[in-house]
Design a protein. Sequence first.
Length: 227
Amino acid sequence: MRLKRSSMSKSETKSDLFGTVVAILIALVSVVGAITAWRVATRLDEAGGADSAGIRATTNKEDITTQATIILDEHLSAFAAYEENKSLADAYDAFARSNSESANLADYASMFRYAANQAWDAIPEAYIDRDGKLDRNRDIGEHIAEYARNKDIDPQSHFDRADASRTSAMWLFMTFILDGMVLILLTTADAIGNWLRYFFLAGGMVLFAIAVMAGLLIELLSALVIK
């Protein structure tokens, strides 16, 4: 009778110990799962913030490009006016030389020369190339660079960061699913009263280790990619 009681006592002690171990593991997996869920939410928030920054940068880029284009159009108009008035001035000069008796021709030439000089003065010399033509690329490029000094006009970097954050969140969510599977295995192990419970316990521990290592690796790689 004492042997039976002693055997039952040992069996109950082992069962209590097993249950305690499983309970501790379930609590640990629950904590890790909660942390993983928080990291998924954080990564998604980062992705949303990066998308917003990318949209703002796109808006800034379009606005700055529009301003630079307006100035370029003004310079193009001035340059066209310069060439037109210069051509007329040269033509009237030629007429004046061949018709010296007509003073009006020289006056017209002077008038158009003056208009040409006024149009030329409206164009910064820095944007005139060696051939005396308006350098459009330099004109618009320098104005974009000037306006962009205090504004973010690089949307692609933000969109790339948003994509990286979403990818990280997706893989972290996969580890969160693994944590859920671990909880199922541990709960099943706790409910079974025969030797199979050790099989479910071992499977849960192995899967949990994989989930933790995968999560740490994802966070490490994300820290290197997402800046």
